[in-house]
Write a protein that binds this ligand. Structure first.
Ligand SMILES: NC(=O)c1ccc[n+]([C@@H]2O[C@H](COP(=O)([O-])OP(=O)(O)OC[C@H]3O[C@@H](n4cnc5c(N)ncnc54)[C@H](O)[C@@H]3O)[C@@H](O)[C@H]2O)c1
Length: 326
């Protein structure tokens, strides 16, 4: 395939670009290089014959249209992705996540062959809001009602609705993924796992929101990318797919696992006031992806995935020092 990948210099995007190249596809990576886009994430493939980087904004139709025209499939990963930033200022979230998705969908709509070009819109389980603590039997699935809590999640929900509307109204071959919280190498240092690991490596305390009881469902970035690719190659138009690895951990459990891996203790935890609107619990049922796509998480086993991630940040201090400064 000739793939157009948006947001390929970010965390998930850079792993996905490498995954697609390894699978033998050609990749054009459109990325605006915002604070979280880091070309160093793809330094090892920049001279790959199947790879081309385009520095540009997914909201600019004049850039997006020719790239969509020359591709025969699209993986839309570019986004503003940090919940806390969306609480401080939602404008860039609405712009990139909603307007950017609309520009991309319109480019597909205008392309004469656009309806035959599968487009995976990478979304999140956060569009469903949260689950109660006392109902471990309940999980999100592809039929869960949309109930986003944060401006970030609301902007991703709007993007999903646009994608599904373009499928219904214009017959575009759009597929959506609902991935859970993702961990692994190359994640921007302001996100929870790298931030905590980097703080601890520097001998600084970790800022834990509230009572730390909020539960997240963790998947390794390699499994998330394999899931995105499975949806692209084996999914169906207009369908949505959960990607999760049944790794529910409270933020306190996650923090204690990190402390244990680094031979530290609770003295390194600093409690900070809770995030406004903080979702209690996420958990994604990925049965549909497992059964219909044959997708299986292979890298997310706990605590191995976390230990491997810690080890990567320990060995790649130059990478995170540059990213912290950016
Ligand atoms: N990280 C997670 O835990 C997680 C979980 C589920 C879903 N997701 C989704 O996966 C996607 C990627 O998340 P991430 O954590 O890799 O994000 P990230 O912030 O690390 O990367 C985002 C990338 O998009 C680029 N970008 C931002 N605005 C752009 C624009 N206007 N035009 C072109 N490029 C632009 C950035 O430069 C960056 O390279 C997002 O859509 C997010 O909603 C993330």
């Amino acid at each position: 395939m000739r793939l157009l990948v948006t947001g390929g210099c970010g965390f998930i995007g850079s792993h996905y670009v490498r995954y697609a190249l390894d699978a033998g596809h050609n990749v054009v990576n459109l990325d605006a290089l915002t604070y979280s886009g880091n070309p160093a994430n793809l330094a090892d493939v920049q001279n790959h014959p199947g790879y081309r980087f385009v520095h540009g904004d997914v909201c600019t139709a004049a850039i997006v249209e020719p790239l969509v025209h020359e591709a025969n499939a699209v993986v839309h990963i570019a986004a503003e992705s940090h919940v806390d930033r969306s609480i401080d200022d939602a404008a860039s979230f609405v712009r990139t996540n909603v307007l950017g998705t609309q520009v991309l969908l319109d480019a597909l709509r205008r392309d004469p062959a656009g309806r035959d070009k599968p487009c995976v819109a990478v979304s999140t389980d956060e569009v469903f809001g949260d689950l109660p603590f006392d109902r471990p039997d309940q999980k999100f699935n592809e039929h869960s009602p949309y109930a986003p809590s944060s401006p970030y999640a609301a902007s991703k929900a709007a993007a999903d609705h646009l994608a599904l509307a373009y499928h219904r109204t214009f017959g575009l071959d759009v597929r959506i993924t609902h991935g859970t919280n993702t961990l692994g190498p190359n994640q921007h240092p302001e996100k929870l796992v790298p931030r905590f690991v980097i703080n601890l490596l520097r001998g600084e305390k970790v800022p834990l929101y509230g009572d730390g009881q909020n539960v997240r469902d963790w998947v390794h970035v390699a499994d998330h990318c394999a899931g995105i690719h499975a949806v692209l190659t084996r999914g169906r138009p207009g369908e949505r797919y959960g990607i999760g690895a049944e790794n529910e951990r409270s933020n306190l459990e996650l923090t204690r696992a990190l402390l244990e891996l680094l031979d530290l203790d609770d003295a390194m935890i600093q409690r900070v006031p809770d995030r406004p609107g903080h979702d209690r619990r996420y958990a994604m049922n990925a049965q549909k992806s497992r059964e219909q796509l044959g997708w299986q998480p292979a890298h997310s086993a706990w605590p191995g995935a976390l230990a491997e991630t810690v080890e990567w940040y320990r060995r790649n201090e130059t990478w995170w020092r540059q990213s912290v400064v950016r």
